[in-house]
Design a protein around this ligand. Sequence first.
Ligand SMILES: *Cc1c(COP(=O)(O)O)cnc(C)c1O
Length: 390
Amino acid sequence: MGDKTDSRHFETVYADHAATTPMHPKVLETMTQMLENMYGNPSSLHCQGQQAKRMLIRSREMIASCIEAHPREITFTSGGSEAINQALRTAAYLGASKGKHHVVASRIEHHAVLNTLKLLEKMNCRVTFLDVPANGIVRPQDVAAAIREDTALVCVMHANNEIGTLQPVEEIGQMCREKQVLLLVDAVQSVGHIPVSVRDISASFLVFSAHKFGGPKGAGVLYTRAGIEPVPLIAGGGQERGLRAGTENLPAIAGMARALEIAVDEMTVNQKRVTALRDRLIAGLETIPQNVLNGDRQSRLPGIANFFFPGVDAETLLILLDNDGISASSGAACSAGAAMPSHVLTAIGLTPQQARSSLRFSLGPENTAEEMEYIVTRVKTHVETLRKRS
Ligand SMILES: *Cc1c(COP(=O)(O)O)cnc(C)c1O
């Protein structure tokens, strides 16, 4: 802990919601009750099984309605990464059956996309990676220019997890539909935070994950537009219409449905609240000389602000802030600890050195204005010290 003599109303400040969010108390309640009482297998014919099956059906209907999809278009997975893997493999399979082996993907996609594409490249897939301008927003005309006769799929995420920029997926979806190319939209950072509807975004596949909006870890969704049949990654029993075998993780699925329902209910209020906190944080951090906000200022998620602090090693700053009780991030959660600079920051034109001097703060509805002031004060002190040292 930092200064214990001040009058703060908190012990720690969690500013890493893009890595994962705390569970909403009501979700915890739903899940605890289910873990205690609803242990039936939805495939069983007896009353416990049928009770579980009804819960599964209801969860699917709730989730489908939150993104304006049909329940049949929803496949439950173990999270965002699995859903992305399944979408990409399905697209590769469908493409190959038509002699199309080409994929277009932005360079700022999540590692779940990039590393799955790497595997597919070893299996006859060709990938064109799209450069992204300094504002961190993919240009639809670049997508159009990259699409060829043999393009099977385009991958552009809805909101970037490191810099928070929103991508023009409606326009890209329209284009893909006209050109009859499949589109995967990784909406893990946007679903539950800003409005997402598969009526507005004409995606073939859309993916999201419960633990990014107040739900449990280990539950996610693969939306596949009617008419597209996902290729199973896990074969076995006939769960999920034969598309994803294994006894359903019902407490997590029901928790995800509850979390999304709450997130959608509270979206307007939270969006306003979190945006105000973020803008306060940005304004505060910009009073420190030389600091630069990474990514477009306007077109961004309510909760994410990523800053380049020239002359500062981000990991050192991260540790100093951790000592103050502040949790931030110096890269995507899965690569934290690895020495590689962020592929997102280097894609938008930062040098590896500049990327290593960048830190992400990602906020949630339980953060407060007082916490933002505290972050700014601590960052200011540490940046001054570290700059003197270097
Ligand atoms: C967290 C995240 C994922 C991975 O989701 P998991 O449920 O953790 O597997 C994928 N894409 C983005 C943009 C993410 O932020």
